[in-house]
Design a protein around this ligand. Structure first.
Ligand code: GDG
Length: 496
């Protein structure tokens, strides 16, 4: 670990809520950092290493005040958050206001002015850090709903920068978005970027509609013309910008994210992972069909809907616990947010009821695991699963669906996929379901269980082609190419 010298600047800067490292305490009591692997790191790592790159983010624990450092070839610029900031900015405004609002108010969003004020302060801290470490003319890529004000703040302090933003979660229809008391500030924060990326075409459309409704700016397809130096801004909401005045062009369009497909393909080939998959089957009592759900324990994922469908199939004797078992990994998430505590109680009550009503001494209906697992174990589970259940009520993309498909080089397994997950735009050969239609989910489960091998193979082959041809490296390349193009076309003109 080396320390970059103070005042160093970089020509490619990623800004995300979290740094891609976790703090770890060694057996001797000393502390260090461990890479927390995820799709975003996999996509950006080569770029960060090739260019002179830095990553700005929160280290994940309160009051961690550390100087910028280098870890596995990436320069990390930590942003400290105190307990109250974590509560108001992260758990509050990000995860109890924006998250439910952007997921179509599946849970009731909470609006607190103190949370908003802290969100502004923390976004300012991230923006200031980005302004400080960015070289003249650098490219800055800001990620996700926690940091929507950063592009606007940066545009103001550093107009020389090229700024990209990617929203990992859905962007809601205007009728829902307009609930937000700070809707104008959010839109003008985002419009500070040159390119605003969304998961789905529909999300980008919702965004440009919000721009028109709130500011009256001209939009055409993915292009938005933002008046420069005009008074119609977030604070006044004044729509009276003058035609012919200087404008800046912003691109808002879909860039569906994907996974680091090769690493999943490789893991699935690993003999120890394959042996573990066999062992899982045996430990479950060699049922004819293993169904699998893998989700953060989140109310957007539709876990309750899938349990209901399975419970009814058991009640109606359409399936039996001897033949069919469901493994549900529900990894712990946002455990201090009240709606998540309530969800956990509901899910665990339902699992207990179904297991109590239909299980036998030798066979459990649902193996419920409220734990996080290493990636090898996740891949072994994917390999062991005959049916993968993705029943999200709303989901930006859903990477689990893509991971499952990538691992199934054997062309076995059936993916049941909610049409409300962004992944369904691409993965059309899955069994697509509306998770609210419980009869429809039950039918899809029965169809998956009885599906002829030839049909499974045909569907899986087509699904794998999509995922392997469109991995996360391609995603970041396409985004950054659009961003580079947007700046060359750049910025201010009098015509559009
Ligand atoms: C957000 C958006 C969008 C889960 N449990 C364990 C574990 N996981 C991994 C999965 C997958 C990731 O976490 C979850 O990604 P998803 O895409 O399914 O969902 P979110 O966490 O809600 O992600 C989503 C995504 O951002 C990217 O833009 O697709 O729509 O909501 O990779 O495998 N991994 C390990 N142990 C676990 O227990 N190792």
């Amino acid at each position: 670990m080396t320390t970059p010298s103070a005042g160093e600047t970089y020509d490619f800067v990623v800004v995300a809520n979290r740094l891609p490292v976790d703090s770890v305490t060694q057996p001797d009591g000393s502390t260090g950092w461990r890479m927390s692997p995820g799709g975003l790191v996999a996509a950006l790592e080569p770029l960060m290493k090739a260019s002179d790159g830095a990553w700005i983010g929160w280290p994940g624990a309160p009051d961690v005040e550390v100087e910028p450092f280098e870890h596995e070839g990436i320069r990390m610029v930590p942003i400290a958050l105190n307990e109250q900031e974590i509560e108001f900015y992260y758990e509050g405004f990000s995860n109890d206001t924006l998250w439910p609002l952007y997921h179509d108010v599946i849970a009731q969003p909470t609006y607190h002015r103190e949370w908003w004020e802290t969100y502004v302060d923390v976004n300012r801290r991230f923006a200031d850090a980005a302004a400080r470490v960015s070289d003249h003319g650098a490219t800055v890529w800001v990620h996700d709903y926690q940091l929507q004000l950063v592009p606007g703040m940066l545009r103001e302090s550093r107009p020389d920068l090229t700024i990209g933003f990617f929203n990992h979660i859905p962007f809601p229809a205007y009728g829902i978005f307009s609930q937000l008391p700070w809707r104008q500030q959010i839109i003008s924060g985002l419009l500070g970027a040159d390119v605003i990326g969304f998961q789905r075409v529909a999300d980008a459309g919702n965004f440009t509609r919000a721009v028109r409704r709130l500011f009256g700016y001209e939009t055409k397809g993915s292009r938005v013309w933002v008046p420069v130096g005009d008074s119609s801004d977030a604070t006044t909401g004044d729509r009276s910008h003058v035609r012919g005045a200087p404008v800046r062009r912003v691109i808002a369009r879909a860039f569906p994210i994907s996974i680091d497909a090769t690493s999943y393909v490789e893991l699935a080939k690993d003999p120890s992972v394959q042996a573990r998959a066999k062992q899982i089957r045996e430990e479950l009592g060699n049922p004819k069909t293993i169904m699998l759900g893998v989700d953060r324990l989140d109310y957007t994922k539709g876990i309750g809907h899938r349990l209901k469908a399975f419970g009814e199939l058991l009640a109606e004797d359409k399936v039996s616990v001897e033949d069919v078992t469901l493994v549900q990994v529900a990894s712990p998430s946002r455990e201090r947010v009240a709606s998540y505590m309530q969800l956990r109680d509901e899910i665990e009550l339902t699992v207990g009821r179904i297991n109590g009503d239909y299980g036998s001494i030798g066979h459990t209906a649902i193996s419920y695991l409220h734990q996080g697992y290493p990636r090898e174990e996740m891949v072994a589970l994917y390999l062991a699963a005959d049916v993968m259940l993705v029943t999200a009520l709303r989901d930006g993309m859903n990477l689990v669906a893509k991971e499952y498909v990538a691992t199934r080089a054997d062309l076995g397994g059936v993916l049941i996929l909610s049409e409300f997950a962004g992944a369904s735009d691409d993965l059309r050969q899955a069994l697509l379901i509306n998770p609210h239609d419980i009869e429809g989910v039950k039918d899809a489960i029965m169809q998956a269980i009885g599906m002829p091998e030839s049909e499974k193979r045909r569907r899986m082959r087509a699904l794998r082609k999509r995922v392997l041809e469109n991995d996360v490296v391609k995603w970041s390349r396409v985004f950054l190419e659009e961003l580079a193009g947007a700046t060359t076309a750049h910025p201010v003109s009098h015509e559009h």
